[in-house]
Write a protein that binds this ligand. Structure first.
Ligand code: SF4
Length: 79
């Protein structure tokens, strides 16, 4: 089964709101940054991430494409 890691490098997010506008199911604003809903935090890196099955990827790829920094990355996880 194909899974994807959705990663948000929150420390460099500029809070433009594009991700939350495109994919409100997965993204919301959190002060001057956005937040990936339900994500885990990677200690000491400023990264939040989650691993989802393809069926639950939603519009995360579109959000990544729209991010102007970019600080959203969607990568296939090899098992
Ligand atoms: S689109 Fe990118 S820069 Fe804009 S709020 Fe979302 S993660 Fe941050």
């Amino acid at each position: 089964m194909v899974k994807f890691r959705v990663e948000h490098q929150k420390d460099i997010c500029i809070g433009c709101g594009a991700c939350a506008a495109i994919d409100p199911e997965n993204w919301e604003m959190d002060g001057d940054k956005s937040r990936l809903k339900g994500a885990e935090k990677e200690e000491g890196t400023g990264i939040e991430f989650m691993v989802v099955e393809e069926a639950n990827l939603g519009s995360n790829k579109e959000a990544a494409d729209a991010c102007p920094v970019p600080c959203i990355f969607v990568k296939e996880v090899k098992e």
